[in-house]
Ligand binder design. Structure first.
Ligand code: BDR
Ligand code: CA
Length: 310
């Protein structure tokens, strides 16, 4: 089976950590590098969190710290969901390795320019690193095979009624990526809110009983608690791993090509992803928007991803 080469740009974050877990050891995925951005917490925290997760899992993937600030707007974090550390819950041993010295933006540019145009960039945080890389070196744009992003919503937001966190946290960066002309798949709240990690799912994964399942259980203990406090769900929506699951098995998602624009102008709807579901505007489709998910298949992929570890 030919592996899908990816760079995972993330802001761990509990669900980002599960995305790393799923991508780093799956036979269908070749995880070239992890780039990190400020988002769920400050860059200092998210970058070390990514390294902690990789070390816990025993996977040898370089971690590149990137942008600590959005392109234009003020920085925002999601401490209410992910805690003070950005990854509250699991207790990690002291770090053994180090973050890469190269900046994530420079790594993205170098790796994409050196590639055969066969790298998919997966973003599960604010899109600052990728947008900055495109602005700094536009020659990378045709080299990007695809962008698969967790973010946005064509229904309700999770920060404001209109906007989802990864988009509102750097709406300008999302705008740059949505308009770049390369194939973009948007995995928004519309589908990720269908994969709620109920207690029975946590129990199912716990039964695997390896280092990955133990991490999963500890992550979900905190994540599901704060999701319940804030949104009232009985299980936390496992947003970010849906991107990776869709690369492992594209049939997990149903998508629809739409014209999708990030609102970077208005006040109340700032950061909304306006997806023209019905084609009112008659504008060309620029984004494949996920509209449905095979929930059972998704949890099977997560379980298999956990079983891939010793
Ligand atoms: C997204 O925001 C973050 O809190 C999560 O990690 C996910 O990427 C969901 O809106
Ligand atoms: Ca994230």
């Amino acid at each position: 089976m030919e592996k899908t080469k990816i760079i995972l740009d993330c802001d761990p974050g509990h669900d980002d950590a599960v995305a790393i877990l799923l991508a780093a050891k799956h036979p269908a995925i070749d995880l070239l590098g992890i780039t990190v951005v400020a988002g769920n917490q400050t860059l200092e925290k998210t970058a070390l969190n990514a390294l902690r997760v990789a070390e816990w899992l025993g996977v040898d993937v370089p971690v590149y710290p990137g942008c600590g600030q959005p392109m234009i707007r003020e920085k925002m974090v999601a401490g209410d969901i992910h805690g003070e550390s950005g990854l509250d819950g699991p207790v990690f041993p002291p770090l053994r390795g180090e973050l890469e010295e190269e900046h994530a933006v420079s790594y993205l540019i170098r790796t994409l320019l050196d590639s055969d145009g066969d790298i998919t960039v997966v973003t599960t945080g604010p899109m600052t690193n990728l947008a900055m890389a495109m602005r700094l070196e536009p020659a990378i744009i045709p080299m990007i095979r695809r962008i698969v992003l967790m973010g946005g919503s064509y229904t309700n937001g999770n920060v404001t009624p209109a906007a989802e966190f990864n988009i509102i946290a750097d709406a300008d960066a999302a705008h740059v990526c949505f308009t770049c002309g390369r194939p973009v798949t948007m995995v928004g709240l519309d589908v990720t809110r269908k994969v709620l990690c109920y207690p029975e799912i946590v129990e199912r994964m716990a039964k695997v009983d390896n280092k990955a399942s133990r991490l999963f259980v500890d992550l979900m203990a905190h994540f599901c608690k704060t999701q319940k406090e804030i949104f009232g769900w009985e299980g936390g929506p496992l947003h970010d791993p849906v991107t990776i699951a869709s690369l492992i098995d594209p049939t997990v998602l149903t998508t629809k090509p739409m014209n999708a624009q990030v609102d970077i102008r208005s006040t109340a709807s700032y950061g909304r992803t306006n997806c023209d579901f019905f084609g009112y505007l008659g504008l060309p489709a620029n984004v494949d928007v996920a509209i449905d998910i095979d929930v059972e298949k998704f949890w099977d992929i997560i379980e298999q991803g956990i079983r891939n570890y010793d």
